[in-house]
Design a protein around this ligand. Sequence first.
Ligand SMILES: [Zn+2]
Length: 491
Amino acid sequence: MAKRVLVGGIWHETNSFSPVKSDLDAFRRYLFLEGEAVITGSRGTNTEIGGMIAAAPAAGLELIPSIYIGAAPSGMVSREVIDLLIGRLKADIEANGPLDGVLLALHGAMVAEGIDQADAFVVQAVRDIIGPDLPLVCTIDFHANVEQALVDPADVLIGYKTLPHVDMGARGEDAARIISGLIASGRKPHKVFRKLPIITVPQRQPTHESPMREIMAELATVEQGPAIVTASVLGAFAYCDVPQLGMAVLVYGEASAAEAAADRLADAVWSRRAEFKPDLVEPAEAVRRAIAANAGPIFLVEPADNIGGGAPGDGTYLLRALLDGRAREAAVVIWDPGAAAAAAKVGVGGRFRGEVGGKTLALHGAPVAIDGTVTFAAPVRYRRDSTWMTGQPADLGLVATVEAGGVRVILTTERAIPFDTLHLRIPGVEPEKAKMVSAKCASAWSGIFGEMAEGHIYVDTPGVCSSNVERMPYTRLERAFYPLDPDVRYP
Ligand SMILES: [Zn+2]
């Protein structure tokens, strides 16, 4: 008979430097699945729960859906969200007992009001409800800030192995298979957790580039060991001002093999620490280089305003540089609900004059005046067409495109994470035909646009996701970290 496993979760990467609070409404607007909708809304998608659903029949599991919610990466999650989630999980665990296990899809870098490690808080709450013995397996993002409080209540944590993230479904499948094994054997694997005192930035973490490529190759070798259940190397998320920052290694399996594997992986990271330093170019110079390039598109990547990392996506330094540099065939997306509505009101073919962007944080630049023709005005909704969370719905709200000089400025009502091509195509920009395209992300652009890109330049603008960690105003780190403290030692 199929084993009965409750499935649920929460997905939020919290940038604690951002003032844009992630309240219940932000979750309801982005991803809010309850009951049967957890299954119907996830089936066939490249998400963790989509993978759990795909693997469930072969793993002998009957999935009992509870709640799965998420919000666009942004500031602190409000306490009501955490309380609602735990309340719903508790009610469903109690109403559906006896269960054989629980699967949770989590991020691992969620910070809530008064709770530094909110994922750990949720997992501990579930453990307290189900008791010490019931198998509990969780998936976490590659950017999880893992600490002991997260490791303890979960029997197994499974991290993504890719950046840009394309393996959510595969990790969900792992989770289903692993919990099935725990249920069948009645035994739990030995856990090894190694925290490394190093802060790295998304720009230098892609798993198809050095140094992560070599580290992930080591991980693949380690996982082939017969005594290893699963292993993860977590890149961690630098934009949380919390004590538990830093990369981590997790290995589950037979005790001595797992300890040795964890040491080997930790050494693979630590010995390459100097290679995580990013290359960055000033905005005006980046625009000059893109104009001088023979062919396009050149992607002007702006990690400091990385929407996927919780930045507002309304930074104006690069827009200013594009206009000042008289860039042609350029495109930039700016989150600005007021300007989007005003331009949409003007209508297609009309002239829009107004200030756009720079309305959330002084750090991200002042609003910029633009003057141009409205070429698109309509609500934009679609299902993601690229490798990231493929098939998941996206809603940009009302969107307007203004052609200002040679720069097409796409103004959105909801923040448009540049994790698909449709957020450009629908408002009228074919990225492969553009000379230069701004991407407010750190590494995601390469998964989506890599094949069409003639080149890319990482632009050094100020912002809450700056690739210069020396610029980040940390106040709560409890230990020395590389590269802030270059002489820090490990172990
Ligand atoms: Zn991530």
